[in-house]
Write a protein that binds this ligand. Sequence first.
Ligand SMILES: *[C@@H]1O[C@H](CO)[C@@H](O)[C@H](O)[C@H]1NC(C)=O
Ligand SMILES: *[C@@H]1O[C@H](CO)[C@@H](O)[C@H](O)[C@H]1NC(C)=O
Ligand SMILES: *[C@@H]1O[C@H](CO)[C@@H](O)[C@H](O)[C@H]1NC(C)=O
Ligand SMILES: *[C@@H]1O[C@H](CO)[C@@H](O)[C@H](O)[C@H]1NC(C)=O
Ligand SMILES: *[C@@H]1O[C@H](CO)[C@@H](O)[C@H](O)[C@H]1NC(C)=O
Ligand SMILES: *[C@@H]1O[C@H](CO)[C@@H](O)[C@H](O)[C@H]1NC(C)=O
Ligand SMILES: *[C@@H]1O[C@H](CO)[C@@H](O)[C@H](O)[C@H]1NC(C)=O
Ligand SMILES: *[C@@H]1O[C@H](CO)[C@@H](O)[C@H](O)[C@H]1NC(C)=O
Ligand SMILES: *[C@@H]1O[C@H](CO)[C@@H](O)[C@H](O)[C@H]1NC(C)=O
Ligand SMILES: *[C@@H]1O[C@H](CO)[C@@H](O)[C@H](O)[C@H]1NC(C)=O
Ligand SMILES: *[C@@H]1O[C@H](CO)[C@@H](O)[C@H](O)[C@H]1NC(C)=O
Length: 822
Amino acid sequence: MTVSFGERMFFLGSILISMSSGQGQECTTIIENKEYSCSGRNLNHIPNSLPFTVTSLDFSFNFLSSLHKCVFPVFFNLQVLDLTRCHIVHIENDTFYNVKNLTTLILTGNPITYFGPGCLNSLHNLQRLILVDVGLSSLQIQINNLTKLQELRVGTNNIQSMSLPPFMSSFKDFRVLDLHANNISVIKTEDTVVLRKIGKNVALILSRNPILYIEPGAFKDIYLKEFHIQSAFVSLNAQKEGLEALTGLNVDKLFIGNYRMQWRVNVSNTSYLDGLCSFNFNEIYFIQKEWSENKLHLFRCMINATKITLKDQYIKSMEHIQFHRLKELYLGLTSLSVVPFISQIPSLEKLVVKNNMPLTFYGISDLPLLQFVDLSGNFLILKDCCSQFFRRTPNIRYMNLSQNSEIGMTNKPFSELDLLEVLDVHRTKLVLVFHFGFLHGLKNLKYLDVSYTSVTFTRQIIFQKLNNLTVLKMAGNSFHGDALSYILQNLTNLEVLDISHCGIEEISRKSFIGTPKIQHLYLSQNKLMVLDFLAQPELKPLTSVYVNKNSITSISLHVRQNLPTNLSEFDLTSNPIDCSCSQTDFIWWIIQNQNILKQPENIFCKTLSPSSDFRATDFDIDSCVHKKRLKIVLSVFFITVVVLLSFLVYRFQFYLQYCCILLRGYRSPGQQECSYDAFVIFSSYDEVWVMNELMENLENGVPPIQLCLHMRDFQAGKSIASNIIDEGIMGSRKIIVVVSQHFIDSAWCRFEFELAQSRFMMERNANIIIIILEDVEERKTKKVLGLHKHLKKNTYLKWSRDPLSNMRFWIRLRKAIIATNQ
Ligand SMILES: *[C@@H]1O[C@H](CO)[C@@H](O)[C@H](O)[C@H]1NC(C)=O
Ligand SMILES: *[C@@H]1O[C@H](CO)[C@@H](O)[C@H](O)[C@H]1NC(C)=O
Ligand SMILES: *[C@@H]1O[C@H](CO)[C@@H](O)[C@H](O)[C@H]1NC(C)=O
Ligand SMILES: *[C@@H]1O[C@H](CO)[C@@H](O)[C@H](O)[C@H]1NC(C)=O
Ligand SMILES: *[C@@H]1O[C@H](CO)[C@@H](O)[C@H](O)[C@H]1NC(C)=O
Ligand SMILES: *[C@@H]1O[C@H](CO)[C@@H](O)[C@H](O)[C@H]1NC(C)=O
Ligand SMILES: *[C@@H]1O[C@H](CO)[C@@H](O)[C@H](O)[C@H]1NC(C)=O
Ligand SMILES: *[C@@H]1O[C@H](CO)[C@@H](O)[C@H](O)[C@H]1NC(C)=O
Ligand SMILES: *[C@@H]1O[C@H](CO)[C@@H](O)[C@H](O)[C@H]1NC(C)=O
Ligand SMILES: *[C@@H]1O[C@H](CO)[C@@H](O)[C@H](O)[C@H]1NC(C)=O
Ligand SMILES: *[C@@H]1O[C@H](CO)[C@@H](O)[C@H](O)[C@H]1NC(C)=O
């Protein structure tokens, strides 16, 4: 496909336009065309860059002192408008004309002095109206037309009466009336008329009001979904009387007590909670800050509750109470020193005691419907757990004994608890007497957490017959020898396995043979160096693997190619990744697979100094390619040089050898002993002359002259070069050179002559005797190095067949040979 220049310019232009028009650049886009946040931008108008399709606009913490028709552009789809703390003082009649579809309007924290009459009434669809801290002094606001209103939050104002305007009795969807932190001190029967008419689903929040007096019966026959009266009374006495006055009220969830920050109060009248008996509630959430030296009858009026949550309670003990309907009991942060002996509550299903203080536990019993027990975080020390602590509680399915001090288990610890599905004892020291029967009979167990329990797992298979187990957490323990290869057998439904922080150095392929459904494998903080086990077929269902904080330097190609196909989360962080050029494939794999790697930016390369760690994803693979190229170039160059040198050595081996010998000889010239008088250099074509004339005349004359002739005197088995050098040139005092046409043409002769000359250069005193056997063209003599020079100096003998000159020749030659040097 080709793109024309024009099209490209158009494309660029449209990008520029869309950037400069920057849909809401003063604001943050949360959902394109729908949700925008302009919070805290010091704006004094609604940016016109916002799309008209916006449905949710957070315009909090800006400056809009006065609201009128022109403030909001036409946003027909706008449903949520947040104008928290915008310094709004004045709101005109027609303000919301352009945003009529609002369902939520938040005006919190504006010092509003003028509400245009009926300004809110145009918002027919409004469901949530938040007028917190706007200086409201009355609930009589003009919201007649807001028939769909569900929530009216008017906390932190100066409202003195909870009386709702009469028209609200037709608001069928009304759910929440939040009057927290107002100035309501008296509630009379006529204040609750509308509330009574609205229905049963309202949550009424009166917390943090200074209530002094409630007219008895004011709440009679009212049904509230929630009733919040935390810190709602001026005094304990007012609370005591107030509660009593609530007679006839029906509440689903009651929130009572004090806020955390309030000072503890010394209660002298122990019957101060008796008022709770005068009305009905199902669930009670009680955060108490008061304390007393006398025994408080906390539960006396809670016997009809279905759920009791007590926090920050000053209770030292809990006597047996005959609860009628109690299903859930939650005791947190109390002054108890013993877990209450809870028994014979036939309806109890859930029990939670979390104290963060050391408790003693003597057990619970006779709770036929109890399913859920959480006694975590109580520093419990249990010897011979667990059946004897939970007697006649056959329905327990969830047991959380985690974060306690020590739990001892002997034979069949869960013998009467065989419906158990979840067992959590993490971070509690486990003292197991018989490993083998530890979980005997828990055939329904699905979730087991024995992390950080100081257990050393041995080869005895302690997870026998746990066919339903799907989650097994064993982090922070240790394995004896190769126990890991054995203990996971037959866990055919296991999906999650956590064996982090167990000091594991390697994992054998056998380990996962019995776990065909495993999906999540946690192996962090071990000492693994290789991940070969990941490639085995039993681990194909894995979707997440965590091997962070191990000693992995690399992952082999085989493993990378055989990783589980559905793997979507792979944590390799905090490993000493080897980022050398030999690992470029692996680094490249990391860079390519950042979508499945968890926090790929935290995968660091191991370097010598830990301070200079750098990210594996930042590794420059190109530099490795360059290095590789350089290596190849260098090795080619090296090979070439070696070949060239070998060739040169071969080509000039004789010279080299000669050099060696020369060096040897030069070092010890005195040791050189000459076994011949003269070495004869000649062409084999001239052999006849040499044998018949030269040898005949010199060797048989008087005194005889010992010649060195290559065909006769060279030692067999020695290389020619060494022979020439050792025997001929070095072993003879003089050199006789027989110059002829053939001599000049022979490479060997020239070589010998050159060698001979180089000896003179070294010793300076040796002699070369030139015999001209036949005339040679001067031009040709120049071919032989040095010969021309000799000939010019006339230091040669010329052979002639004439007998007279012949005789002179032999005399002169003999003289030249015998003449001693110097
Ligand atoms: C908003 O109101 C207009 C008319 O007031 C109406 O046509 C439109 O459907 C409403 N939009 C939504 C999303 O309710
Ligand atoms: C506001 O509306 C009320 C009633 O709808 C009307 O009486 C009043 O005149 C209006 N005020 C302004 C300033 O438009
Ligand atoms: C309130 O509703 C009445 C009747 O439905 C209507 O006449 C009146 O105009 C509405 N008020 C506003 C401010 O929309
Ligand atoms: C609360 O109401 C009382 C009268 O009921 C009044 O005296 C007092 O000033 C009000 N408090 C505030 C903070 O407005
Ligand atoms: C708590 O109140 C009782 C009864 O009023 C009183 O006897 C006791 O001294 C008080 N205790 C403290 C610590 O104030
Ligand atoms: C507690 O209050 C009740 C009623 O308000 C009263 O009858 C009783 O005497 C008070 N008890 C104490 C010890 O003050
Ligand atoms: C509990 O409910 C029974 C009737 O169901 C009632 O008689 C009794 O007074 C209630 N007790 C309390 C403390 O609310
Ligand atoms: C057990 O309780 C501890 C501490 O409250 C909590 O962190 C853990 O999630 C609970 N275990 C289960 C399985 O719910
Ligand atoms: C446990 O597994 C068995 C089959 O092995 C099955 O019949 C039983 O329903 C399972 N129990 C639970 C609670 O899933
Ligand atoms: C695993 O289960 C098979 C068949 O259910 C059984 O034969 C085998 O003995 C079991 N192995 C262990 C170690 O429990
Ligand atoms: C991978 O996921 C798909 C879809 O969730 C599933 O059908 C398939 O069986 C999974 N593959 C393996 C090996 O578990």
